[in-house]
Design a protein around this ligand. Structure first.
Ligand code: FMN
Length: 177
């Protein structure tokens, strides 16, 4: 049993949180394979057939990305649009994701207290991530919600980031149970 972590950070060289997460996950290659889209496809042209094969070869799928404008970065949307096609992810014979555990791992610049119905932006991250939940339920996947780091723009300490990365590894472990 192994998880596939599809990383949709546009530039890990400028990242703190997603880079820590990738480093932590790569120390657990018995649990998961880390697949960084920006490294696999530097020209931005995703090989969708290859991606489908890689998803098929794993028991669990995690989409990891930073929250940009209360959504995912474009490369994640591109991946969804091009990889989750009729006949594979949905439609006649499209059962590749049926029953497959799928989850998200998202980093958010904004503090958790601002992400609530009473908070500054009026919506929780769970609400804002509903399109992903609905997409995966449309594909009959077993959507297992999301792991999050909030407040990335509030300078979390090295220790906090390292602890959070280990919690993320635990989240992936639980998905494989
Ligand atoms: C274009 C852009 C848009 C962003 N929009 C949001 C947002 O809507 N909500 C939020 O919480 N953080 C937002 N952020 C902050 C990022 O989510 C945050 O910097 C990132 O998760 C940190 O992870 P990293 O260190 O791996 O880059 C945005 C950042 C950028 C560059």
């Amino acid at each position: 049993m192994k998880a596939l972590i599809v990383v949709g950070h546009p530039d890990l060289s400028g990242s703190i949180i997603n880079r820590h997460w990738v480093d932590a996950l790569r120390r657990h290659d018995e649990l998961c394979d880390v697949h960084v889209l920006a490294d696999e496809y530097p020209d931005g042209r995703i090989d969708a057939a290859r991606e489908r094969g890689i998803v098929d070869a794993h028991d669990v799928l995690v989409l990891q990305f930073p929250v940009y404008w209360f959504n995912c970065p474009p490369v994640v949307k591109q991946w969804l649009d091009e990889v989750l096609t009729d006949g594979w992810a949905y439609g006649a014979g499209g059962n590749a994701l049926q029953g497959k555990p799928v989850a998200l791992a998202v980093s958010a610049g904004i503090a958790q207290s601002d992400y609530s119905p009473q908070g500054r932006y009026g919506h929780s991250l769970q609400e804002l991530l509903t399109p992903f939940e609905t997409t995966f339920s449309y594909c009959h996947a077993d959507y297992r919600s999301f792991f999050a780091l909030y407040g990335a723009e509030h300078d979390p300490s090295e220790d906090e980031v390292a602890r959070n990365a280990e919690e993320y590894v635990g989240f992936v472990k639980d998905l494989l149970r």
